[in-house]
Design a protein around this ligand. Structure first.
Ligand SMILES: C[S@@+](CC[C@H](N)C(=O)[O-])C[C@H]1O[C@@H](n2cnc3c(N)ncnc32)[C@H](O)[C@@H]1O
Length: 246
């Protein structure tokens, strides 16, 4: 089954609720900045942020002095200094070559048969010695396993993405390094957590399960409460550094 997320307004509203309680964006930024320093030192880079979303990462990279281009099929709220184009990745065309192409939480939205084309296109847009950062397709452990506990993602392709991605890297000899990082979702109230994770359940089928299991969810989060009354759900992410060997 190929699972493609419909990134419409409802998703954005739901995702904003998640971001209010999660430090995921900060965790992503910190990890990307560290990986840049490890791979390139402190020089200013030509960067392309593919599927930039609302563009927080692009903006902070530009503020650090990098020359940032960013694309997304949706209109974004990117600040000045970022060369943003509202266009699909496969339709995007440029004469420019980049030191670094970032795909954060992007690949998992594409059908698997498109991945080869993604990397082929990247390899044509990258300078010698350039890198690709892929974040999150190999996400290990989803929110302390609530998904497994509730058996929610059994049939979703996204559950198999980690395996697929590992095999893909082996086959293509593409990965130079894998850097794991964590993010946390913190709240005092179980129903806040319940609402914050609603974006995961946006598809009609999952939405049904989500609504039917409301009380079970709330109880589950109640049990997760720490002594200080806080509920903290951690999620593991990974940033893969891919060399231009594709
Ligand atoms: C999960 S969001 C991640 C956004 C951002 N990179 C971040 O880390 O928050 C994935 C983004 O990819 C965009 N996207 C999906 N398919 C795309 C395509 N074919 N070309 C360009 N952008 C695409 C979506 O519109 C969405 O903003």
């Amino acid at each position: 089954m190929v699972y493609i997320l419909d990134m419409n307004d409802e998703y954005s509203i739901l995702f904003d609720k998640y971001l209010k309680l999660s430090d995921e964006k900060k965790a992503l930024n910190d990890c990307v900045f560290k990986a840049i320093e490890d791979s390139f030192g402190r020089k200013s880079l030509d960067i392309l942020d593919v599927g930039c979303g609302e563009g927080k990462l692009s903006s902070s990279l530009a503020k650090e002095g990098h020359k940032v281009s960013a694309i997304d099929v949706r209109d974004s709220f990117i600040e000045a200094n970022v060369n943003f184009e509202s266009i699909g990745f496969f339709e995007y065309s440029t004469e420019k070559k980049f030191d670094l192409i970032i795909m954060a939480y992007f690949l998992w939205e594409l059908p698997l048969y498109k991945w080869d084309d993604v990397f082929l296109k990247c390899s044509q847009m990258i300078k010698g010695g350039g890198k690709i950062f892929v974040v999150d397709v190999c996400n290990e452990g989803k929110f302390d396993n609530i998904f497994f506990e509730f058996n929610l993602i059994q049939d979703r392709e996204s559950q198999d993405l980690q395996d697929y991605w590992e095999r893909y890297c082996e086959k293509k000899c593409a990965r130079e390094k894998k850097i794991n990082f964590n993010s946390s979702l913190t709240a005092a109230n179980p129903s806040d957590i319940y609402e914050a994770i609603a974006f995961f359940f946006k598809e009609p089928l999952l939405k049904d399960i989500y609504i039917k299991n409301k009380q079970e969810f709330i109880d589950f989060f109640e049990r997760k409460k720490k002594k200080n009354g806080k509920i903290i759900l951690t999620s593991k992410h990974a940033l893969d550094v891919i060399g231009n060997t594709l």
